[in-house]
Design a protein around this ligand. Structure first.
Ligand code: NAI
Length: 344
């Protein structure tokens, strides 16, 4: 079985080589992203493997179809970069639903602590033998209220971590878990109550039409002055312009972003020798109270191993049994897990 592996990075290869060789899958690594301009590279392959910033739109799906490639193995959980509606009946879409919720939740807390204890500033100062403490005053997390939007796998691990710090949790989810709300330190509330009462807001829901810009000007207006916004989920959840305005007006106390709406042409690449064309991102990065990482939250050894193992198993299962428990399917206006493998 030959798979075209797009947006390949050096850290992907060791685990994919290990599991690929074990299971007899030949992977051809392409550094370029999968999109309308590069899809022709998939000619002659049995399937394609893609990541978060590849673009699998109608044109790409049609071209894959013409080439007889009808399997897309996403090596990530989110699938907002795939036109699932258009893919229905044309492309089998496999994914890795969970690989390490700890990786993402722990990175979220790392960003929060870095930001509010000014570690990013202190690190640079002490490297320059500047041991002044001026302007490094932070605040305790203990006793603060964190609003968590999305209480799935990652959201719940993040809630556990926050509880370890003695924080109170206000949670919001379209589909509530029935074993989470304890009526005291963790409570499900409506979005407005979460916005109005949270010192920190962390996003852990998928990007959908409903959640697009869930943090916008209107939402920020309802928030407490000094609110800290954490986004390690998907860039489109936050209206970056509105966030920038909120920071400039001092309404937002700090923001930690591992994802950015327009990240696909920027993140994962070394742009240090280039002029930054995206003024909003450039301005956000220039702020002393904004920390940006480059969609790095997943990047742990454990997660990379799990991603490779599950992706390879998904492909084997699909090609050997014509079904895969991690296949996605668009039916009745919703993307959902497709257990039958017989959706088209
Ligand atoms: P999950 O599927 O376990 O949980 C998502 C939760 O969001 C579910 O409880 C679901 O009910 C809820 N949800 C769905 N629609 C909603 C809405 N309209 N409003 C509020 N909540 C809604 O997913 P998991 O594994 O916890 O991942 C969450 C997100 O994290 C993913 O969608 C992905 O975008 C992001 N992610 C980011 C990574 C990174 O490296 N930065 C790595 C992995 C995931």
């Amino acid at each position: 079985m030959k798979i075209a592996f797009f947006d390949a990075k050096p850290y992907d290869k060791p685990s994919f080589e290990k599991y690929g060789q074990e299971k007899g899958i030949k992977l051809k690594y392409f550094e370029t992203k999968l999109n309308e301009d590069t899809v022709d590279l998939a000619k002659g392959f049995d399937g394609v493997c893609a990541f978060v910033n590849d673009t699998i739109n109608a044109v790409v799906i049609d071209k894959l179809n013409e080439m007889g490639v009808n399997v897309l193995a996403l090596r990530c959980a989110g699938f907002n970069n795939v036109d699932m509606k258009y893919a229905y009946g044309k492309l089998h879409v496999l994914r890795v639903p969970a690989y390490s919720p700890y990786a993402v939740a722990e990175h979220t807390m790392a960003l929060l602590l870095t930001s509010i204890r000014r570690i990013h500033k202190a690190y640079i100062r002490s490297r320059d033998y500047n041991f002044s403490l001026a302007n490094l005053t932070g605040f305790d997390l203990h006793g603060k209220t964190v609003g968590v939007i999305g209480t799935g796998r990652i959201g719940r691990v993040f809630i556990d971590i926050c509880r370890g710090f003695g924080m109170r949790v206000l949670a919001y989810d379209k589909f509530k878990a029935n074993d989470l709300d304890n009526g005291d330190t963790i409570r499900y509330v409506e979005l407005d109550e979460l916005f109005e009462n949270s010192d920190i807001i962390s996003l852990h829901c998928p990007l959908t039409e409903e959640t697009n810009h869930i943090i916008d000007e209107n939402a920020l207006e309802k928030c407490k002055k000094g609110v800290v916004i954490l986004n390690t989920s998907r860039g489109g959840l936050v209206d970056a312009e509105a966030l920038l305005m909120g920071i400039k007006s001092r309404k937002v106390g700090a923001a930690c972003l591992d994802v950015y709406e327009e990240e696909s042409d920027i993140f994962f690449e070394d742009n240090s020798g280039h002029i930054m064309e995206d003024d909003t991102l450039a301005r956000l990065i220039s702020m002393p109270n904004v920390i940006v990482t480059s969609h790095q939250a997943f990047l742990t050894e454990e997660a990379l191993e799990n991603i490779a193992e599950t992706t390879v198993n998904n492909l084997i299962s699909f090609f050997e049994n014509n079904e895969c428990e991690n296949e996605l399917c668009y039916r009745g206006g919703n993307t959902q897990d497709c257990k039958s493998g017989k959706c088209f």
